[in-house]
Design a protein around this ligand. Structure first.
Ligand SMILES: [Fe+2]
Ligand SMILES: [Fe+2]
Length: 204
């Protein structure tokens, strides 16, 4: 099943992915990751399969807050990142584009539980959220994504910086490290942009 990007984006805007789209996203991600020849990649793919990565939402009440949202978000961020890198003349290795895009929100695996939506609950009330957040191992956002990826593969220096700092200025530790991060990994700004385009513009 090939992924129809137009359909994915339309379904994302409506806030509900079809089973066919969820499955196509899964196949695209497996195809991209399996093409990377790196020790541990097979184990990482098995982990992703055994976890809720392909079915989890990407947030509780914001972008991608529906089944399959996390995988769709990750795939689209990779895709957008790849396009931005090409447009702006970066020679970042293709496997690093895939790893950074797909793994940047690994911290969201296994932390969202379905909420029972109660009738009459309005926006802003906890019962109005389709999911709630229950992180049993809170070690940070980018930190956790990098930690999880690092259990399976050895990320390169750039991949590590991209995953760890993908939240940019939203991470209070970013500012003091910014000059060195930018020097070592100028591509970070494009990953941050891709993340914001996909979540903010496409709602995935
Ligand atoms: Fe994130
Ligand atoms: Fe993200």
């Amino acid at each position: 099943m090939t992924l129809d990007m137009k359909v994915l984006l339309e379904e994302g805007k409506k806030g509900c992915l079809s089973e066919a789209t969820i499955e196509s996203v899964r196949q695209e991600i497996i195809g991209a990751m399996a093409g990377i020849k790196r020790k541990g990649m097979d184990k990482m793919l098995k982990y992703m399969e055994s976890s809720d990565f392909y079915r989890a939402p990407a947030s509780t009440k914001f972008h991608g807050n529906y089944e399959g949202g996390l995988a769709a978000h990750s795939y689209l961020v990779y895709h957008e990142f790849d396009e931005l890198l090409a447009r702006h003349g970066s020679g970042l290795a293709s496997e690093s584009r895939i790893i950074a895009g797909i793994c940047h929100d690994f911290c969201k695996i296994g932390i969202y539980r379905k909420n029972e939506i109660k009738k009459g609950r309005g926006k802003g009330q906890s019962g109005a959220r389709p999911y709630y957040f229950d992180d049993e191992f809170p070690i940070g956002h980018g930190e956790k994504s990098l930690w999880i990826a690092g259990r399976y593969i050895e990320p390169t220096e750039k991949e590590a910086l991209l995953i760890r700092w993908h939240m940019g200025g939203y991470d209070k530790n970013y500012e003091i490290n910014e000059p060195m991060i930018k020097q070592k990994c100028p591509e970070l700004v494009l990953l941050q942009s891709a993340d914001r385009i996909v979540s903010g513009w496409h709602n995935v």
